[in-house]
Ligand binder design. Structure first.
Ligand SMILES: NC(=O)c1ccc[n+]([C@@H]2O[C@H](COP(=O)([O-])OP(=O)(O)OC[C@H]3O[C@@H](n4cnc5c(N)ncnc54)[C@H](O)[C@@H]3O)[C@@H](O)[C@H]2O)c1
Length: 328
């Protein structure tokens, strides 16, 4: 198989991490920045960081050699993208900078090169205004820290072609990560969900219902504990959709608008689809798989407890404990 040729434009914090995982996945990766000096400096930083990651057993033993072989610092954006089949844009989250960079990429890259943006918040359709042949453009949103977070949000705008989405999936697969394709709406999906939780958590603290430390403890040790293994729909199916419906009714006594029962939930309950116990719910998990699912769940939670014990408390937890002791 021929080696994939890729460019990362904006070799800072996110672009650097993305370049590392693309290069470790076997692509030849050009780094571009405001100047060759900055790209070169960032390349050296990525190599130094990779050596430390290897020493800490976070990167494979031959990571530095692979990065040395596959990463190069380009003199300009134009030279970085000239032969690239995929380009990841990771310049600062400022519309003018994104637009001017995307214009330069569009003008210098092969016509059929796919261009992905790592934007966190700007609508992909707005960025696409600066891309010639915008069918080849979409959001490919890696999370922080890019070398270690295994999911990538892929965001086509209304004019992105299906082939472009397929290429983005191939790129994500090359990094060993998992892609989820979502529509181009404000906040996309990842930030919308993350901020919905943060918004409620902030209100709980503002209203004096619990301290920030106690909210964090509860999230980590209860429902957040499930999230590495199951998303909200699998969790709801396992809990029972009738149970969710009752909980909504109860929440509505104090927060009628914020916790209106979602129609998709009510429709399933009305149809007798109550989740795993009835063999159908949000996900099609047949009743005969329930035992396997419960066994997996139990193994997963015990393994997670073991991992947390092995790692010990995070510095955030230790600091919270010390603060609590100091103020007690
Ligand atoms: N930091 C995060 O946690 C995070 C997470 C997900 C997505 N993002 C998104 O990733 C993108 C990059 O963020 P970051 O945190 O890596 O920023 P950063 O400041 O670390 O890196 C930006 C890089 O772009 C370079 N740059 C600036 N102007 C340029 C230009 N005109 N041409 C070429 N290069 C230029 C800078 O020199 C720098 O190296 C943003 O869109 C951000 O919203 C960031």
């Amino acid at each position: 198989m021929t080696q994939r040729t890729v460019a990362v434009v904006g070799s800072g914090y996110m672009g650097g991490g993305i370049a590392q995982v693309l290069a470790l996945g076997g692509a030849r990766v050009a780094l571009a920045d405001v100047s060759q000096e900055v790209a070169e400096k960032n390349l050296q930083r990525l190599l130094t960081e990779a050596a430390q990651f290897t020493a800490d057993n976070l990167f494979p033993a031959d990571a530095v050699e692979r990065l040395q072989a596959n990463l190069w610092a380009a003199p300009s954006i134009e030279e970085a993208v000239a032969e690239a089949s995929y380009i990841e844009e990771a310049v600062p989250e400022v519309l003018d900078i994104k637009h001017s960079t995307l214009r330069r990429i569009s003008a210098a890259a092969p016509e059929d090169a796919v261009i992905g943006s790592n934007t966190s918040t700007i609508l992909i359709a707005t960025l696409a205004e600066a891309v010639t042949n915008p069918g080849r453009f979409l959001g490919v949103h890696f999370s922080n820290p890019a070398p270690f977070i295994p999911g990538v949000e892929v965001i086509p705008h209304a004019g992105t072609t299906p082939e472009t989405v397929e290429t983005a999936r191939d790129i994500v697969a090359l990094t060993g990560k998992q892609a989820a394709v979502v529509k181009d709406v404000t906040g996309f999906v990842l930030n919308r969900l993350q901020y919905a939780l943060f918004h409620e958590a902030a209100q709980v603290v503002e209203q004096g219902i619990a301290s920030a430390e106690d909210v964090d403890t509860l999230v980590r040790t209860t429902f957040g504990f499930r999230l590495p293994f199951f998303g909200p729909f699998a969790i709801a199916d396992m809990a029972g959709l009738d149970v969710y419906s009752f909980c909504y009714a109860s929440l509505q006594t104090s927060f009628p608008e914020r916790f209106a029962t979602p129609k998709i939930l009510q429709d399933l309950v009305d149809a007798g689809k109550l989740g795993t116990k009835s063999g159908a719910g949000f996900l099609e998990i047949p009743a005969e798989r329930t035992q396997d699912l419960v066994a997996y769940r139990n193994r997963a939670y015990v393994a997670m407890s073991g991992l947390l014990k092995e790692l010990g408390p995070s510095p955030a937890e230790e600091t919270a404990d010390q603060d609590g002791a100091a103020s007690a």
